[in-house]
Design a protein around this ligand. Structure first.
Ligand SMILES: [Zn+2]
Length: 86
C-alpha cells in the first residue's frame, strides 16, 4: 500500500481513496469547495498507484484546475516535467 514516506508534503486539502474505476482511468481528482479527493484505480499495482498518485498531486500543485489550458495541453506539460503516470 502507499507508504507514509510518499505522504510527506502531501497537500492538506487532499484525501485519497482507492476505488473501482474503468481500467483505462488510472486515477482522477474530484474537486469540491477547494477540497480535493484523489481517486486511484484499485486495479493498479502498488507501483502504479504511487505513479498515479504523484501524477495527480502534480496537477493539484500546478493549480491545473484553475488553468485556461486544455486538458491535452496540461497533460503535455505534466509529462514534459517528467511527472507522467505512464
Ligand atoms: Zn494528468
Amino acid at each position: 500500500m502507499l507508504s507514509r514516506r510518499l505522504l510527506n508534503g502531501f497537500p492538506d486539502d487532499t484525501t485519497v481513496r482507492i476505488v473501482k474505476l474503468p481500467l483505462r482511468v488510472h486515477a482522477m481528482v474530484v474537486r469540491h469547495d477547494c477540497y480535493n479527493t484523489i481517486l486511484i484505480n484499485e486495479a493498479l499495482s502498488a507501483d502504479g498507484m504511487v505513479r498515479a498518485l504523484r501524477h495527480e498531486i502534480s496537477h493539484i500543485e500546478r493549480g491545473d484546475f484553475d488553468s485556461d489550458l486544455t486538458a491535452d495541453e496540461i497533460e503535455s506539460a505534466v509529462h514534459a516535467e517528467g511527472r507522467g503516470n505512464t
